[in-house]
Design a protein around this ligand. Sequence first.
Ligand code: UDP
Ligand code: MG
Length: 323
Amino acid sequence: MADELKQGLLSVVLPSFNEEGSIPRAADTITGLLTQAAIPHEIIFVDDGSKDGTWRAVEEQSHLHPQVRGVRFSRNFGKEAAIFAGLAQAAGDCVVVMDCDLQHPPEKVVDMYRLWQQGYQVIEGVKTSRGKENPLHTFAAKGFYSMISKATGIDMSRASDFKLLDRRAVDTLLAMREKNAFFRALSSWIGFSTTQVEFEVQPRLEGESKWSIRSLVRYALTNIASFSAAPLQLVTLLGVVVFVCSVVLGIWSLWQKISGQALEGFTTVILLQLLIGSILMICLGIIGYYIAKIYEEVKDRPRYIVAERCEGPKNDGQAEKDI
Ligand code: UDP
Ligand code: MG
């Protein structure tokens, strides 16, 4: 049996934003583990426009470990862009994407690789729990994931960005030109033979989470808009509701006029104007949001801009494909 197993290079992609403290630990832990498990590998750090010494740390690691490489963005483009840049750089037969703060347990990479060897093409890390969070955050995350789950038809409630993808799946993702790509959902949406590995979210050892409430809200809205047109249907639904109300009220006011008691009801007029006005504006806002997203896609700007690369001394200088 054992000699039927696939063998191949594993690329590990680590998006990093202001992670100078985590880089050396990530590089040491991952290379140590994979070397011990006799898995041929390369490690790609994508510095997402960090303001601290992240790039210096990546360069240092690439000198210490020949299998470590780095890509540096010209500014912060966000985690999704960093993931896609890593996928574009990866030379492996399969690619693992994980956080460089080691909140995704590196031991699981070995389990994922073994499953890949058995023939699975997408191996998803699913969270057994969401780690420590405040209740409001949990509530908002639940709402967000139930919308995304409906839009994709896949249960996303425990999904994470921790995944192993076969070369076929990576190439499929890279061929998609959409700018607002939501990696977590797209990598399930593409299908292929999929399995799951459960993991417990580890506490962060260095630095702090890069997500502010504002960036989370923006992230949620962008991804809902990129995966679902349901908010636009909401516009139609609101229109129907207002129409039904207007028919009822119309009949009622006609009746009042006919029966000669039409002077009353000034408050109703004001309330109706306010209600309809605000519904119209909300609807325009929703439509405007989608138009803005279409505008972004039409402009066809690159997802990210690479400023620099680094690779270890022994590297053969491959991977010049970019943007
Ligand atoms: N990250 C990134 N660009 C960003 C924000 C975050 O590349 O704009 C990286 C970050 O360095 C980390 C991963 O994405 O490796 C997850 O970020 P973080 O740990 O802050 O998120 P959390 O674990 O709290 O969800
Ligand atoms: Mg984290």
